[in-house]
Design a protein around this ligand. Sequence first.
Ligand SMILES: Cc1cc2nc3c(=O)[nH]c(=O)nc-3n(C[C@H](O)[C@H](O)[C@H](O)COP(=O)(O)OP(=O)(O)OC[C@H]3O[C@@H](n4cnc5c(N)ncnc54)[C@H](O)[C@@H]3O)c2cc1C
Length: 280
Amino acid sequence: MKPAAFAYAKARSVDDAIRLLGDHKGEAKLLAGGQSLIATLNMRLSHPSLLVDINGVAGLDGVRLNGGTVEIGAMTRHVTLERSSDIAKHAPLIALAMPHIAHPAIRNRGTIGGSLAYADPAAELPACLVALGGEIDIAGPTGKRSVKAEDFFKGLFETALGPHDVLTAIRIPAATLDSRVGFVELARRHGDYAMVGLAAAARQHGKGLSDVRLVYFGVGETPVRARKAEAALGGGSIDEAVNALDLDPPDDIQATGAVKKHLAGVLLRRAAAQLAGSRA
Ligand SMILES: Cc1cc2nc3c(=O)[nH]c(=O)nc-3n(C[C@H](O)[C@H](O)[C@H](O)COP(=O)(O)OP(=O)(O)OC[C@H]3O[C@@H](n4cnc5c(N)ncnc54)[C@H](O)[C@@H]3O)c2cc1C
């Protein structure tokens, strides 16, 4: 199918993008990598009157280390994160997740900002950001604000972004010597969206783990923290963590909820092994 007719504007700055979005009163959409947006246009699931292209807006891409924080510009392509030595060293959970996101051609264009703004419940990066306790920087008509990743994902394809907002950057605490991470997912074919996936982060505490965060994707409308399992894994028992898995995944096109719940337990055992063995 072909998209419905739309106008096109290339934003010169973040402020310009916000102004263009405001001028079209919720009828305009930002164009980042286009890897999700163009498909929804072609299927006529979305028919904006204007596309505001933010490719080329200065200052929106790149990985920066700022003290103990890793800052990633919204327009940073997946491929850049995949190949970045700074990401491998200071944000190893994101490095582990990258090869699971789609295919190289899509990773060449897709951006971290687009992935978070799109908020597909089976996407890898939203779960990673929640597991890492990240923050999302937003610029809008009334100024700038930051939202914790945990508060950013509001529902199915729904975020804290307003219709005239631009996601500008992501900030996560840089990994320290005691950081431990794990990333596992099950997909029908490599590169497909996950049936179920798990992004895990923790701190080594003596021979055990503390600050365990287990964030599932593909099991609900948003990334889902399994808080009871986190507590049990922090207490040292993988079996208890699996038994405590407080998930209630709905059936979807990929699998029944019961199958997903079973797979979540399988993934938890694998992620726990990674947490026990990984060193940032
Ligand atoms: C075949 C295929 C397989 C895929 N598989 C996976 C997968 O396994 N895992 C996965 O995570 N993703 C997958 N994707 C999606 C891919 O990761 C996209 O790159 C990503 O979802 C969207 O990023 P984008 O930069 O292309 O955004 P776009 O498509 O340009 O935009 C997506 C949405 O976000 C909005 N948006 C974009 N940037 C901003 C911003 N800075 N501020 C506010 N709003 C913004 C747009 O207006 C639009 O509504 C797949 C895509 C395809 C086509």
